[in-house]
Design a protein around this ligand. Sequence first.
Ligand code: ZN
Length: 337
Amino acid sequence: MGNRKRIFQSLQTAMLLLLISLTGGSGLMTIYGADTEEELLIPEKKEEGILVPSSDQQDQDNTHNIWKESGLAGECHDAVPQAEQNRTEGWIAWDESWEYASYSAIHTGMAYLYRAPASRGIVVAVNAGHGTAGGTEAQTLCHPDQSPKVTGGSTGEGAIYAMAVSNGTTLLDGTPESQVTLSLARLLKDRLLQEGFDVLMIRNSDDVQLDNIARTVLANQVADCHLSLHYDSTETDKGFFFISVPNVESYLGMEPVASHYQQHMALGNALLSGAISQGIMLYGDGTLPIDLTQTSYSTIPSVDVEVGDRASDYSPQTQGRIADAIVTGVKQYFGVG
Ligand SMILES: [Zn+2]
């Protein structure tokens, strides 16, 4: 795809979003298969436009007021890095004493912490989606409080348990999703290190024996934000989006979601701004609400990013642009130049 076409698509996206915001949304039928090999149909989305947390955080009595329509720009805010600063570069093994550690079924693998030469002291967890042999044979709780899932996804609405890690989809040329998420993760890691971010590589090879809960628990402990990378299971090259937090009262009231969903949304919106700045096509408004295991256990800003689908180009050039977009979004989120 040429630059001119990309710019045109980007303009089209901007015009579409403007139109949606002016008309109040047109209720697009959405086909998706985020984080799964299944494809599902979901009903009309109730809200269009980018959702960001309202500034009125005190109004906890009325959950509906927590969300508001907003423009595309991700919000800059006072994100204070809290990751441990005294860890040295190297492999990080599992620790049963970590919060939510007991909910994980697969955690014999290790993540690798890279320190940037000119470190800003901010750790970004880069989680290449899938790539855990045996992950489909184990089950874990969707929510730490054992409540049922509030939306569909790779596991249906109402489920209490989900696969510990799904196999992911397969690109149209037969390449497993886990392979293209790893190549993107490596490009992203290199760019983040160049920009002074430390990187926690959750999966640093074809396979890591860490399930979705273990990956999240590790990120919670070591990193300041968590980005999982995925390609969706549709075949339309539909564009870039992130999995937003479902606007469901019971879900927004459940810990640790209640204390962190505004961070997840702000991080996701910053990534969308980064994508737009790189001329990357968005899918719809760039968000799709799904109740994910990752979100349900995250105590740091945490987003599942769907950077393309089965039909998308994943050449080093295209993945490099996606990595640049994500770095731009991360820098915006943490308010660093
Ligand atoms: Zn996936």
